[in-house]
Design a protein around this ligand. Sequence first.
Ligand code: HEM
Length: 496
Amino acid sequence: MSFLLPLLISLLLGLLLWILRGRTRKPGEPPLVKGWIPFVGKALDFGKDAHKFLEEHKREYGDVFTVRIAGKYMTFIMDPLLYPSIIKQGRQLDFHEFTNKVAPLTFGYPPVLRTAFPGLWEQIKRSFQLLQGDHLAPLTESMMGNLMLVFRQDHLNGESDWRRGSLYEFCCSVMFEATFLTIYGRPATGVRHGGMDRLMNDFHKFDNMFPFLIAQIPIWLLGRTLAVRQKLISYFLPQHMAQWTNTSQFIQRRAELFEQHDELKDVDKAAHHFAILWASVGNTLPATFWAAYFLVSQVEALKVVRQEIVDVLRDSGVDFSNSSDIMLSKEQLDKLVFLESAINESLRLSSASMNIRVAQEDFSLRLDSDRSVGVRKGDIIALYPQSLHLDPEVYDDPQTFRFDRFVQDGRGKTDFSKDGQKLSYFLMPFGSGSSMCPGRYFAINEIKQFVCLLLLYFDLQLEDGQNRPGLDPSRAGLGILLPSSDIRFRYRLRSV
Ligand code: HEM
């Protein structure tokens, strides 16, 4: 007995160490980087600066390598010429396994399992079409009216003196409310919901905790986040939403779908609607800021883009004057190639979303005509397009904002290459393949509309002595990065 106990303990310790040490590389698998901390692996280094981490590992291990991050094995594909083979690989690589697990925990609704809610997942997917195609024109028209309403009432009230503001705060307050009105509709009485500031503040509190929730940190460990989330969700309870008018077809359709599933409680339906609030403004607010900031910070870019907007209006018989409201249709917005290029360029510089697929079985992943690597069931295959967006071989002088980088011969430029080969994917702020953001066309249109109003109605200047704001890395992998600090600016009504 006296020698059996130590033997048992050392056997158990050995087993535990073996489990914590993780797996070893098999022939045919990519180089494996485990880090020295059991389970955690390289999570801390990755979290500190994902772009730098991946670039350093690419230099050491080549274009494809596997990293242990918080118990998961993630295989990064760094060469953008290999992206098509990952994006088109549907059968063995699944995107939704990941979101179906993480989104319910983050937003607080029950997992949309096929067994518990037959057909709901497919119906939700189909509802995304109501953000695109023929449905885009009415959405865009409604957004224009709502932006004009908020601009007119809050910022166009006659004074022609310089006013001071903080640019991120300005962009957020206008875009949050106008997007909310467009997607969810107007209150039963009046044209604007009361308490939008409070709702947006709560949204920001939740949003600050978003990276922790996505990392599956239990919400009860995150201070008041649970209470804040409950407050946000309660805003969307069916009895409140039933009173709203002009609600988008997209949200109406989703509300109808949820009604068909008796198993969903009212609070679950509200949580689904809340998730759409995050999807519709979580990235759009910082993306709007970056587009506005870069344009205001470059006098030449601002001049060209403003002139383009004035010309498109004039071509349709409208001479702009600051006393009248303007309306820009989807067709007019499509003609704004320099503005679209400036927005794309700001997305290139600010987006850091990770495209994730989960291997459904052990298999050999074909990378190109003469290369394959072994991956194991449950492994994550990841694309990190920020590396592509900042690759000097693809984008000359990649840290510089060039408003016309995406214009060629008066049209949108799509011709970008690496190693002399044309890239199928060169700008990926909206993800890729079957999981690509369904709100992307609406998002670009609403940012265009916002910038049009800003440039048409106001003279704009950044206050002196401020550096280009940094990118707050806390959201790396999750979408558009927030500015690490706000920017002070001055604006006054233009005399036209
Ligand atoms: C600049 C603004 C936006 C950016 C950068 C953005 C980016 C993204 C990204 C990266 C994804 C995940 C795709 C993937 O992993 O492959 C996504 C998903 C999604 N986005 Fe957006 N988005 C934006 C605006 C919007 C807007 C305005 C809406 C709706 C009105 C929206 C609705 C959605 C929805 C519903 C999904 C989930 C799709 C699914 O589950 O298949 N997004 N977005």
